[in-house]
Design a binder for this molecule. Structure first.
Ligand SMILES: CC(C)(COP(=O)(O)OP(=O)(O)OC[C@H]1O[C@@H](n2cnc3c(N)ncnc32)[C@H](O)[C@@H]1OP(=O)(O)O)[C@@H](O)C(=O)NCCC(=O)NCCS
Length: 160
């Protein structure tokens, strides 16, 4: 079995990563109900205190990222994506597990997010990483006329 530690690398990016993040975000979300964000929108997101991203690279090539915002002792996952050609290799699980370890060392108490109810890959990932459903936002995803999909609010307790 491949040792992911040997081939993957995680690097923190702030506003300087806006172009890279926007390019990956557009590739991933262009055909999905979630909106994709421009480089300028990423710059705006980074202008809010507590926002950080972690890019995961495979042999030096960026394959995905997670965008986080800390509010006191809680952290929200703002977005999380893996380029389609690298999906289903365990890379998102690897990144999320590394982030959880990092946040636990910082004494962060909770990690939470909103996910489209019918997003099987993402809900499977979060269930696997011990997130629990703690709420529901009715019709949260409504970018496409006539279609309204609920968001699940999921939370992972980091410190008990
Ligand atoms: C969600 C996402 C980040 C998962 O990335 P990934 O690298 O493929 O995830 P992993 O390979 O670590 O797999 C995680 C789990 O999801 C499952 N999974 C991956 N792709 C799947 C798919 N298309 N359908 C169903 N399950 C899937 C895997 O089987 C694995 O579960 P298992 O170990 O129990 O088998 C990726 O699919 C993605 O970027 N999706 C589009 C953007 C998105 O929806 N982001 C989440 C926003 S909240």
């Amino acid at each position: 079995m491949t040792d992911l530690n040997q081939i993957l690398e995680i690097r923190e990016f702030g506003e300087e990563g806006a172009e890279l993040l926007s390019s990956m975000h557009n590739t991933v979300f262009k055909n999905l109900p979630e909106q994709s964000w421009s480089e300028n929108e990423f710059r705006d997101i980074f202008s809010i205190n507590g926002t950080k991203s972690y890019v995961i690279s495979r042999y030096g090539e960026p394959v995905g990222f997670i965008l986080l915002r800390a509010i006191a002792k809680e952290v929200e996952i703002i977005t999380f994506c893996m380029l389609p050609k690298w999906c289903n290799n365990g890379y998102a699980t690897y990144l999320l597990e590394q982030i959880i370890k990092k946040l636990q060392l910082q004494s962060i108490k909770r990690l939470f997010l909103e996910v489209r109810e019918n997003n099987d890959a993402a809900t499977r990932l979060y269930n696997k990483c011990s997130f629990k459903v703690v709420g529901r936002r009715k019709g949260y995803y409504n970018n496409h006329p006539g279609s309204k999909i609920d968001a699940l609010v999921m939370q992972r307790q980091l410190i008990v």
